[in-house]
Design a protein around this ligand. Structure first.
Ligand code: NAP
Length: 262
């Protein structure tokens, strides 16, 4: 871990039009900071951009789908060529579960495309440039649901497990090249994604609080930013146990409706 570091000045956040991404944008929005915010909903993204400008940040917003490989490559490469990106947060994602309608192939593919393909499209365009200048920080949004395959949301937990492992691998590889990588594993955060859940969500926190925890962890270059600890440690414990032993417990967890699309 580096002992002294200046904060990031040129920051990219995907999925900034809502929830945790919007919370992160608001957190980093201060004078002297340039934010590049991305999402699909133009109206919501512009509202967040305006709030960040009012806090003194320079803000550029881009309507783009993270699954659009060429578009992401062109967007990120042109930002980086203009001013090197200090921090990129691959946050955009969708979720669904096995409640009511189960999970169909189309939905699984959509979740994988956004949550895995979208992260790849966000991270890979910058790798060679960051390695060449031996600086830069990459944050990958996983989830506590990525610590173990969950019967309530197989595709979502698989996608988050995949990007967690991808981020951990990247971190070990890129440390020697001067590039930092952190994986973020939140529990329940109050956003559009969780607003449609009809079951209890213990230790739920606001997107603003989650953003503060994430930013603190990134400033320390933590390998894994997992919270809240009241959910993280039980999840770690149960993830270590044999699947046959814990399946009866995890199978009882309530599931989001598969057709919700959030
Ligand atoms: N909320 C939680 O409890 C929780 C817990 C653990 C991890 N996470 C993760 O945190 C991340 C943010 O989720 P959130 O809770 O803040 O949900 P959210 O409020 O629904 O926000 C999701 C964001 O991702 C964007 N997005 C989704 N698919 C996209 C695509 N294909 N291309 C571009 N942008 C896309 C959305 O953009 P538009 O709305 O403009 O389409 C929106 O800005 C996700 O990766 C999620 O899995 C959330």
């Amino acid at each position: 871990m580096k002992m002294s570091r200046s904060g990031p000045k040129n920051i990219v956040i995907t999925g900034a039009s809502s929830g945790i991404g919007a919370g992160l944008a608001g957190h980093y929005a201060t004078p002297g900071i340039t934010l590049h915010l991305q999402g699909r909903n133009a109206q919501r993204l512009e509202q967040i951009a305006e709030k960040c400008r009012a806090r003194g940040a320079i803000v550029h917003s881009r309507i783009l789908d993270v699954t659009h490989e060429a578009g992401m490559n062109q967007w990120l490469s042109s930002i980086d060529a203009n001013t090197p990106i200090d921090l990129i947060i691959a946050n955009a994602g969708i979720s669904a579960g096995t409640g009511i309608h189960g999970e169909n192939g189309k939905q699984v593919r959509e979740i994988f495309a956004a949550n895995i393909g979208g992260v790849v499209n966000t991270v890979t365009p910058l790798l060679s440039a960051m390695i060449a200048r031996k600086s830069g920080q990459i944050a990958i949004m996983s989830s506590l649901a990525g610590l173990r395959g969950l019967p309530s949301c197989p595709a979502y937990s698989a996608s988050k497990s995949c990007v967690r492992a991808y981020g951990e691998g990247l971190r070990g590889w890129l440390a020697a090249q001067g590039v930092e990588v952190s994986v973020i594993c939140p529990g329940y955060v109050a956003t559009a994604m969780t607003a449609i859940n009809t079951f209890p969500m213990p230790f739920m926190m606001s997107a603003e609080k989650a953003a503060r925890i994430i930013a603190r962890g990134l400033a320390k270059n933590k390998a894994r930013i997992a919270f809240p600890w009241m959910l993280y440690y039980p999840m770690r414990f149960f993830s270590c146990l044999p699947v046959w032993l814990t399946d009866p417990l995890f199978s009882r967890l309530p599931a989001k409706d598969a057709t919700s699309g959030q």
